[in-house]
Design a protein around this ligand. Structure first.
Ligand SMILES: [Zn+2]
Length: 1011
């Protein structure tokens, strides 16, 4: 900080406002302090960088001067939002810490680090008096946040509300290409600390504004690099931001359920730790300011209606005040549905606070550009009476004006109604605790006899991450449950619910008793954060006839289903008086070695940490049992590990740490086995898009599976991929088959993504001199040879389509959907071949994530297509003629002809049988050992939907969902589901992990067709 410069600005720039301007401002309740000088130089720059007068407001068209507090200019070198200026996170922090040094009204807190080790901060701004009383205030807010601590005493709550001041938490630039927030928040912090306007003084004196100026820190630094590259190469095309965070891009704002990313956990812990009332996230997409929290329906069904009213109050206040300032393009109703709780700001919604989100307008950098917007954006509608301009010059300063003006209006409104909002905060918390006796349920129970205790512990840890309390039953307990409806199994063609049709008409009691064993986990709903547990564990239903036809995001997420964990919703309040104890520390599944002997047996139960164990004990030899067996009086599933050449100590340490139970035996069971080697794995990405594959990478890292991260360009250069890898995983989302081959258009200049002095944050874990080239035909050949020579290729959704389209899977084709709408939901699948190693440890069915997955058809003829509905209804096989449906027609005047055997019927997920006539000289007939093996199929139409929106489900019902398609010596594993999605689908991870573990024995237990 240059104090001399600041004081000279202070003295030279000091002037008083004219009386006229003052009265206009006073009219809106935002009058300035006439005795406070203005930083004239800074103020002049604001006007210069604002492209139209009406793109600013009286709240932000000036900057107050301070003799001792530095302005953002001291770090940025220009004013906030200046063209060409995009500070790194480090510079933003430097400024915030300069503020902290200069004034007791600012305090900076470190709130954790990112995946790549960069710091995240939260900056508190309030009067020195409030800053000094933060802890004391937090203790009061903690009581309002957990009304059990004051015995739900409303009078005591009122006293606490009177004494407390609220916390309004603002977060910026989670989306790295949305670049305006950091400078807007630097300037906002300055204003809140310095400005003596009565309304700002009141905000400062009566509430704490908490600011995380950069949420996605890794991505921000990469974005600034890229922008610098663009400035240094003004006439060239510049690379797009292919990586934001270490794992995912835009989806970093879809992690508030699964909590897989550090940024989500850091913000959640800050929000919950501070007992904040609001979490307000800043974005940029539409012109010019969309307060999208009000959005549109359907609203999330687990929220307290008090909250949705609060959204309306604050949102419409924003619109109303900015309308009075004459700022165009401010609206709050819009296309964003408020169904999914996956957004960062929703942390507040699901934790008794107020979630808020602004979409402002940005240029993806700090260039001032002429922007043309689409007709549906500039046309006037009932909720946009002063719409955006069809075409205008737009600057980052405009963006900062809008963000700051709207935030100041919100802070002012929140401050003026702070007692109401604090009381609401208490009420929402209290109503969360009262859930069991009102809407219910009373609790969710995780039974102790769940076959997958590792997955169970994993899900419970997610809930703990959400700040939920977990209890464990110390004795068995019994509750009354609604009797389960008869299972909707349906007929083989779907649709027939025979069970219901043949049910006895005699009235049976509709309730039953259910006893849970000691050790079962209980998530009580009489706790302050019951709402998030309920939202995650419950089922979702989105009607295909919902007025909202443009769905914003996923429609279903039921965590027990997607985690392959038993979760029982209990409404009987008796569950709350079961004998139980609070779990302290992370839930951990039981592990370690029991029994004696030098051979260790571990049950296959599709827990994800089994693969971790394999890589942990790299030097030990592992075998997989191809049949179920018993050892030491215990039952073991097909696929169970038999471990040799490891010490008891070693195995005990690894299994204890991972929560896996191992049984030591003196002699191995006599059973057919195959070796389980530690496969050499690569995850391949394109240079087109890496968002969705990031979730795969993240899960592999979490489970400690070593892999090489390679690009399609690397594959193009490597003729012998088998030398390096056993399994190549090509996760979805990298582009359509043609784009994967072609890459980006080769016009213009190369697009580098690598570490240089100019771009120190690019490259690292993935780099290239030019992002444009794709896999190319050589790369395709290398990849095909890899499979033919014994490699395993894993593809899902788009990358499954790639393998099918490029001829990797002679017996598989894809049928294009015409009616199917499976919009990010949870669907049921059934195992067809449980003897395949890919199915090891699973039960009969599995719920998985589906987004209009490809509809696979299977054929025994190469390129054969086929599939679809076969057989049809009664009589479908005969033509018009004499007799009944089952009779043959008879030609008049000759003896009846002998009819050939009818075509054997086949299931939707099977290949149609080939008859003798078709078989004659059929060169394309696939040899039995090379035919696709279907492991998993989609459920029948009647049972397919588990959670979310499903329309036209019969189009995909019963089709193959996971296929092991052999190709010469290798295998292509195809998924029409996405097994790794946003850290929410842990139950399907093991389909891929089993593939990796058994990569060289995928044909185990395979039954071949006779011909
Ligand atoms: Zn965004």
């Amino acid at each position: 900080m240059n104090l001399n410069r600041i004081s000279s600005v202070f003295f030279a720039g000091a002037f008083l406002l004219s009386g006229t301007a003052l009265s206009v401002r006073a009219q809106n309740g935002y009058s300035r302090d006439t005795s406070q000088p203005v930083d004239q130089e800074y103020t002049k720059k604001i006007a210069e960088y604002t492209t139209e007068k009406f793109f600013n407001s009286p709240l932000t068209d000036y900057l107050p001067a301070s003799p001792n507090v530095p302005t953002p200019q001291s770090v940025i070198g220009d004013v906030a939002g200046a063209p060409g200026k995009l500070p790194y996170a480090e510079d933003v922090y430097k400024y915030m810490r300069m503020l902290e040094k200069a004034t007791p009204r600012v305090k900076v807190f470190s709130i954790g680090t990112t995946e790549e080790g960069r710091e995240m901060i939260a900056v508190a701004v309030a009067s020195e008096g409030l800053i000094a009383k933060l802890d004391e205030n937090r203790a009061r807010l903690a009581k309002l946040a957990d009304p059990r601590t004051i015995n739900m005493d409303d009078a005591e709550a009122d006293r606490l509300v009177d004494q407390s001041f609220p916390i309004y938490y603002i977060t910026g630039t989670i989306h790295s290409t949305e670049t305006g927030a950091p400078t807007a928040l630097m300037e906002l912090a300055y204003r809140l600390a310095v400005d003596d306007s009565p309304y700002i003084k009141s905000i400062r004196d009566n509430m704490v504004t908490l600011i995380t100026p950069v949420v996605e820190v890794d991505g921000r630094d990469r974005m600034v690099d890229l922008y610098k590259w663009h400035l240094a190469h003004p006439n060239e095309n510049y690379p797009n931001l292919i990586y934001w965070g270490h794992y995912v891009a835009h989806d970093n704002n879809r992690d508030a359920m699964g909590l897989s990313l550090k940024l989500t956990r850091n913000v959640l812990n800050t929000y919950v730790g501070w007992k904040a009332q609001v979490l307000h996230d800043l974005h940029e997409s539409v012109p010019y300011l969309y307060d999208n929290t009000v959005g549109d329906g359907p609203y999330n069904a687990w929220l307290d209606p008090i909250l949705t009213d609060e959204w309306q109050m604050i949102g419409w206040k924003n619109v109303s005040e900015m309308t009075k300032f004459g700022m165009p393009g401010v609206f709050t109703h819009g296309t964003f549905d408020t169904w999914s709780p996956g957004y960062l700001m929703f942390i507040a919604a699901t934790h008794n606070g107020i979630s808020r989100l602004y979409e402002t307008f940005g240029n993806g950098g700090a260039d001032t550009l002429t922007r043309t917007v689409s007709a549906d954006e500039y046309q006037r509608t009932w909720y946009k009476q002063n719409p955006p301009l069809p075409r205008t010059k737009w600057s980052q300063r405009n963006n900062n004006n809008y963000e700051e003006t709207a935030l100041l209006i919100s802070l002012d409104y929140f401050n003026k109604n702070s007692k109401l909002f604090l009381k609401n905060f208490y009420l929402k918390s209290k109503r969360s605790i009262e859930k069991p006796k009102n809407e219910g349920p009373a609790a969710y129970v995780f039974p102790a006899d769940d076959p997958r205790l590792g997955s169970q512990a994993n899900l419970l840890r997610v809930l703990q991450g959400q700040a939920c309390e977990i209890h464990r039953a110390t004795a068995p307990f019994t509750v009354t449950m609604k009797k389960k409806a008869a299972p909707r199994t349906g007929g083989p063609r779907g649709g027939n619910n025979n069970a219901a049709a043949t049910a006895s008409p005699a009235k049976t009691p509709d309730t039953e008793q259910r006893t849970f064993p000691a050790g079962s986990y209980i998530v009580r709903m009489d706790q302050p954060y019951s709402r998030i547990a309920d939202a995650l564990l419950d089922y979702q239903y989105w009607s295909p006839r919902d007025p909202q036809q443009s769905v914003y995001d996923d429609t279903g997420w039921t965590f027990g289903e997607l985690g392959n964990v038993q979760v029982v919703r209990v409404t009987d309040v008796k569950v709350l008086s079961a004998s139980m104890e609070r779990v302290n520390g992370d839930v951990h599944s039981p592990g370690g070695v029991s029994g004696t002997g030098s051979i260790f047996v571990v049950n296959a139960n599709a827990d994800n940490n089994l693969i971790t164990l394999r890589y942990h004990l790299r030097r030990a030899s592992f075998d997989s049992a191809e049949e179920p067996f018993e050892a030491d009086g215990k039952k073991f599933n097909r696929g169970s590990f038999i471990i040799r050449n490891a010490s008891t100590d070693e195995v005990n340490r690894a299994t204890s740490e991972l929560g896996i139970q191992a049984v030591a035996v003196a002699t191995a069971p006599t059973i057919k086995t195959h070796p389980v080697k530690a496969a050499r794995v690569a995850i391949m990405h394109t240079w087109l898009n890496t968002q969705d594959e990031g979730w795969w990478r993240l899960a592999f890292d979490q489970m400690g599976i070593p892999f090489d991260y390679i690009s399609t360009q690397d594959v193009a250069k490597e003729a012998d991929l088998n030398k390096k890898y056993d399994v190549i995983v090509f996760a979805p989302g990298g582009g359509n088959p043609n784009a994967v081959i072609q890459g980006r258009p080769m016009y213009g200049n190369p697009l580098p993504w690598k570490k240089t002095d100019l771009t120190p944050n690019l490259g690292g874990f993935a780099s290239t001199d030019d992002m444009r080239p794709g896999l190319g035909w050589t790369g395709l050949m290398n990849l095909q040879n890899f499979v033919k020579n014994g490699g395993v290729y894993v593809g899902s959704d788009e990358s499954a389509d790639f393998a099918v389209s490029m001829g990797f899977t002679p017996g598989v084709s894809i049928q294009r959907a015409t009616r199917l709408r499976a919009i990010g939901d949870v669907l049921r699948t059934r195992f067809i071949d449980s003897t395949s190693p890919i199915a090891y440890g699973y039960g009969d069915s599995l719920s998985v994530y589906c987004f209009n997955g490809p509809i696979f058809n299977i054929s025994n003829v190469a390129g054969g297509g086929g599939g679809g509905r076969r057989g049809g209804g009664p009589g479908a096989a005969r033509f018009t003629g004499r007799g009944s449906v089952d009779d043959p027609d008879i030609v008049q005047g000759r003896p009846p002809a002998e009819l050939p055997e009818p075509q054997p019927s086949s299931e939707i997920w099977e290949a149609a049988p080939i008859n003798e006539e078709q078989r004659r000289n059929l060169g394309g007939l696939i040899p039995p050992a090379q035919r696709p093996r279907v492991i998993l199929r989609w459920g029948n139409a009647s049972e397919l939907l588990v959670s979310g929106l499903l329309d036209g489900g019969d189009e995909i019902a019963q089709h193959a969902a996971v296929i092991d398609s052999p190709w010469e010596r290798g295998h292509v594993i195809l998924f029409s589901l996405n097994p790794f999605w946003r850290g929410q689908t842990a139950g399907s991870y093991s389909l891929v992990f089993n593939t990796i573990l058994n990569f060289d024995n995928l044909n185990a237990s395979r039954k071949l067709d006779e011909k």
